[in-house]
Design a binder for this molecule. Structure first.
Ligand SMILES: C[S@@+](CC[C@H](N)C(=O)[O-])C[C@H]1O[C@@H](n2cnc3c(N)ncnc32)[C@H](O)[C@@H]1O
Length: 290
């Protein structure tokens, strides 16, 4: 059975039957904790159809067999990369960056510290960690003598590669003031016309790394002053959301800050985190020992 897929530009694509939909859903839930609701069926078709085409496979069942037979894990990573939703932008939810600049950095400075550890957990293509790096530099100035390191993690290896490259279409900076653009981005010329690249001194502050929140061991050591985990846990069920936020909170320094996404109210973790302002929380006690 086939369905037209003119908008995908790959000719005709097979129908995703109930059984296959259930199997793909089960796999993404088990591997990444991502819960695909019924209305995500079209999305799954749209995202996997191209892969079937690339592999010259004619049915979704064939692809499921191919995927699960690949012992290297490469196709599984490819599959996960296709399923994740990576929407992001520079200075998304701008009040978080103002809070960092105006409140957190002065607070740390007043405590006599010159070290900052930040985790952008679920960083997508890098706009979030770069926005953090820019806000930090705006607060501290250049050559400030501070030791600032940002861990940027995601499950999706393709977005991590984009983040690491730090190269974006110039149109992604539309909302950014000309001063901020000039201070933080290099403009491409010739064959790089239309592109910008984040300045190397900002890129050096960030380490991009694949971390799947659904894995038992994240291999993350040490604690962070701030953790951004925004618009990531919305894809998980409540039980996993709780487990992930608790595990992340265990990586916060005492009284460290946790930033969630605009639709992610963490009132159900009130024993652990105090709300400081909308979607900004602070660790209540010393936190659990790692
Ligand atoms: C919508 S983006 C949010 C990006 C950024 N935090 C923001 O708010 O602009 C969600 C990101 O979470 C990542 N993600 C989804 N499931 C994950 C998991 N199990 N472990 C780690 N990252 C995951 C996705 O790959 C995606 O890049």
């Amino acid at each position: 059975m086939e369905a037209p897929a003119e908008n995908l530009g790959i000719g005709r694509i097979p129908i995703l039957n109930d059984g296959d939909f259930a199997r793909f859903r089960g796999l993404i839930l088990k591997q990444a904790g991502i819960h695909l609701s019924d209305h995500k069926r079209h999305l799954l078709v749209a995202r996997l159809a191209r892969r079937l085409h690339e592999l010259s496979l004619s049915t979704f069942s064939n692809y499921y067999e191919y995927l699960t037979a690949d012992a290297s894990g490469a196709e599984l990573r490819n599959f996960i990369n296709r399923i994740t939703t990576n929407k992001t932008s520079f200075f998304r939810e701008p009040h978080h960056f103002e809070f960092l600049r105006e409140r957190i950095i002065p607070e740390i400075r007043q405590a006599g510290r010159r070290e900052l550890r930040i985790w952008s957990a679920g960083c997508s293509t890098g706009e979030e960690p770069y926005s953090i790096a820019i806000a930090v530099r705006e607060a501290l100035g250049t050559n400030n003598g501070w030791d600032v390191r940002i861990l940027a993690s995601d499950i999706d290896t393709e977005v991590l590669a984009k983040g690491e490259a730090g190269t974006y279409g110039v149109e992604l900076l539309n909302e950014i003031s000309p001063e901020r653009r000039k201070a933080n981005f290099l403009r491409g010329y010739g064959r790089f016309e239309g592109l910008v690249q984040v300045r190397p001194e900002l890129r050096r502050m960030i380490e991009f790394r694949r971390i799947n929140f659904n894995d038992h061991d994240w291999a993350v050591h040490g604690r962070f002053d701030l953790i951004f985990c925004r618009n990531v846990i919305i894809y998980f069920d409540r039980q996993l959301q709780e487990r992930i936020v608790e595990r992340l909170a265990a990586h916060l320094k005492p009284a460290g800050y946790f930033f969630s996404g605009h639709s992610e109210n963490l009132y159900w973790l009130a024993d652990l985190l105090t709300a400081v302002q909308a979607t900004v929380y602070r660790l209540k006690h010393g936190g659990n020992d790692q």
